[in-house]
Design a binder for this molecule. Sequence first.
Ligand SMILES: [Cu+2]
Length: 130
Amino acid sequence: MTKRIWTWIGAALAVVVGVGALAVAGPWRDRGDTGPVRTVVLSMKDYTFNGKNPTLSFQPGERVHFIVSNDEDSRVLHNFRVVGMNVECGPPMIPGEKREVSVTMPRSGEFAYTCCTHPGMGGKLVVTGR
Ligand SMILES: [Cu+2]
């Protein structure tokens, strides 16, 4: 009886090790935490992001590093958040200030990136499934 239990434990361990090896070596590793990081630069100026509040498209699971800067010439405070993606408003950013935020994209969905201070300043962030 005891022997049988050890056989089961051995088999279970083999499965766990096998799955672990696949996770490391599998073709989908680029969509996990070890994949490349895409950098997206967002410049806040004239109450817009990059001049036209672009729609940004991403792949599921893509790791994205946002570099957001307040590039206003006058003393306008901006802020940055992504609604529904755990990127919340921080302290207001003064002109010349930069903020860096890293996000791993979900499987799919549409999200809004926005300035917390100025409603209407912001755009869409689209994750398209394959
Ligand atoms: Cu703003």
